[in-house]
Design a protein around this ligand. Sequence first.
Ligand code: TA6
Length: 281
Amino acid sequence: MSVVEFEYKSGFPGLRLTHSNGDASIELLLYGAHVLSWTVQNKQLLFLSDRAVFEQGKAIRGGVPVVWPQFGPGPLPQHGFARVKTWRVGKTNIDGDVSVDLNLEHDEETLKLWPHKFHLTMTLRLSEKSFVQELTVNNEDSEAFEFTTLFHTYFTVDDIKTTKVFGLNNVTYLDKVDGGKTKTETNQSIEFTGETDRVYKDGGKNGNPLSIDGRIQIIASSTMPDVVVWNPGQEKAKGMADVGEHNFPKYVCVEVGHVSDAVKVGPNQSWKGAQEIKLLQ
Ligand code: TA6
């Protein structure tokens, strides 16, 4: 059981969490509180692009970007600023499961973009075949604020063309590649025949286990009811400098969050959202 500091590419400080039997590990950066890697028995379960860019102010393609306080485009930079800020290491624990807290507070830069005082804690807890990621948002302001948020998780798959995402049958979704039309999922599983970018409203609340090929299960807290499913497909991937045509078959994003509408947190109040990711096979 250990938490060890290390330095990633371009001098980005990171932490490596290793579970007691040495069979599971997680690597994360302080930059973005960004989980880059999760391995169980030496098998990498998260996708990180070989073209990912590690530069201050730029988002990292792969792993688990933390989207906050804005999902997608809007008045703030795409997907908010939490993923491009450097967090501080807080409590670590190596008794039982191994866990670490990272913290981020408002500063001059965030106040210019988003005029609210906040304190975020991202807690990561690694178990033998699973990990839990929990985001706590404290409002340290005298007025309420609103946000949307998401764990934008990139999972490795053998081939996107044979990948199936289960657990969203009968759920209403917004189809972003079909002009934002609202549709209902009629299939037992989602398959990928081209660019796919959908927001399943309350997808995590329909009682069906959310899984990728019955191999990886994703369990969201009730406070993170929406599920985004994304793969850029061949053409779009080709045009994305940090993805490339060779990478689109290697991953699927299954992202839990609160994005269909905003979370409102009053002064001195807090909110928590979490995901648990389990290796089933
Ligand atoms: O969560 C899905 C999504 O919003 C897609 O629309 C897609 O653009 C993706 O995120 C990646 O966003 P990024 O800002 O990381 O390039």
